[in-house]
Ligand binder design. Structure first.
Ligand SMILES: Nc1ncnc2c1ncn2[C@@H]1O[C@H](COP(=O)(O)OP(=O)(O)OP(=O)(O)O)[C@@H](O)[C@H]1O
Ligand SMILES: [Mg+2]
Length: 380
């Protein structure tokens, strides 16, 4: 059973801190609740400074939550501050969703339409390339169906720790190769299929965005799940995305889905600029015949699509075994200096950055979409 914030609030309604008179919820003692899988973090502020009062409050919270959810791992961050009873609760960061995230300059969404075309591979290698170019980079794995970034960055067993930022518990992204990473993969059991309902998924994503200590970033890359469903809508609702990169193979069926992906971003009331299209698996080159190119999925399909829809063609990535191997062992191929694959990702990343500079010069910041009906994407 998944634990929700309202369940925890209900539990906290039953607890009163010594000397406060009203329950923790009624008395605005609870300043923040974060839930990541089984981990429940509760920030509480009480006015009674005695050690006994602090211990009693902490223990009661832990006991009451575990009594209801036996698997819950509870962390109470308790502070003491004599405050006026009528003081307003500290603002919930989820309430400011949609506003620019302080410290994050550019948010780039990597999307496709069709599954398995290489979004995650492009995200990982673009992140590595941007980092090598000297930028501060974060990656958010928003693939609620099959998160993979934690594997591609060789941190599958890592767990983000919680840190205290200005009195609030925040999740600290895991870091490897100089890149900060948060993935739903950190909070799910790899052997269990996780079925996320839309609202649950968007809540989890909101937490990884707003309840995380990303610090200063030049780029936050978001690896989207395949398709154009409600997860995508949740993300454009929650975040001012600076631009989108669409990945496709040259195959007709992938191109048709890529076109839908582009159309989603370009809808009048979503209006996220598409920075360009990356063609992945453009041709196959066997390791023993490096000069040979086999156009397994067709030739130049994504290039033609980019021309058709008047968006930039950012470059092509060949289908080579080393790219797949590098992804599987968690050492993105762009880390291998001087290889043709590294050069390909450098080219693509530079083209993306050039389009981004144009975009930031020509267009106002992306507004966040307020979608009031599932079918309509109606108001802004
Ligand atoms: N250019 C390439 N050459 C060889 N293998 C590749 C290439 N691009 C991607 N792959 C491999 O293809 C598989 C699918 O790639 P990836 O996971 O990046 O796609 P995706 O679009 O993110 O998939 P999903 O829709 O499931 O999220 C992975 O095993 C990856 O290593
Ligand atoms: Mg993926």
């Amino acid at each position: 059973m998944s634990i929700t914030k309202s369940d925890i609030k209900a539990v906290l309604e039953t607890i009163t801190a010594p000397g406060e008179g009203k329950s923790l919820m009624e008395n605005n003692n609870v300043t923040n609740i974060n839930i990541f899988g089984d981990e429940v973090m509760v920030d509480v502020n009480i006015s009674n400074p005695t050690l006994q009062a602090k211990k009693k409050t902490e223990t009661e919270i832990e006991k009451a939550i575990v009594a209801k959810y036996s698997t819950a791992k509870v962390k109470v961050n308790l502070t003491v501050e004599a405050k006026k009873k009528e003081e307003a609760p500290k603002s919930n960061p989820n309430l400011i969703k949609g506003e620019k995230i302080p410290g994050i300059q550019n948010i780039i969404a990597i999307a496709s339409g069709k599954g398995g075309v290489g979004k995650s591979t492009v995200t990982a290698n673009m992140a590595v390339t941007l980092q090598k170019m000297g930028f501060k980079v974060g990656v958010l794995d928003a693939d609620v169906y099959g998160p993979s970034m934690h594997i591609m960055f060789d941190v599958a067993k890592a767990k983000p720790i919680s840190v205290n930022v200005d009195g609030r518990s925040k999740m600290k992204p895991v870091e490897n190769y100089g890149i900060k990473l948060l993935s739903l993969g950190f909070f799910t059991n790899p052997n269990e299929a996780v079925i996320w309902r839309g609202p649950m998924a968007s809540k989890a994503l909101n937490q990884m965005i707003f309840d995380a200590d990303w610090g200063e970033l030049d780029f936050l890359l978001i690896d989207l799940p395949p398709g154009t469903g409600d997860i995508h809508l949740s993300i454009v609702q929650a975040l001012p995305i600076t631009g989108a990169v669409v990945v496709s193979t040259p195959q007709n069926i992938a191109l048709a889905d890529a076109k839908k992906g582009v159309a989603m971003f370009q809808q009048k009331n979503i209006n996220v600029p598409v920075l360009g299209i990356v063609e992945n698996m453009s041709y196959f080159t066997p390791a023993e015949l490096p000069e040979n190119k086999y156009y397994i999925f067709g030739e130049n399909g994504a290039k033609h699509l980019a021309e058709d829809i008047e968006t930039a063609f950012l470059g092509e990535v060949p289908l080579v075994q080393s790219i797949r191997e590098a992804g599987d062992v968690g050492h993105p191929v762009a880390l291998q200096e001087g290889t043709p694959q590294e050069v390909a990702f450098k080219e693509i990343t530079k083209n993306m950055a050039a389009e981004l500079v144009k975009r930031n010069k020509d267009l106002p910041p992306t507004e966040v979409v307020k979608i009031t009906t599932m079918s309509g994407c109606s108001t802004k």
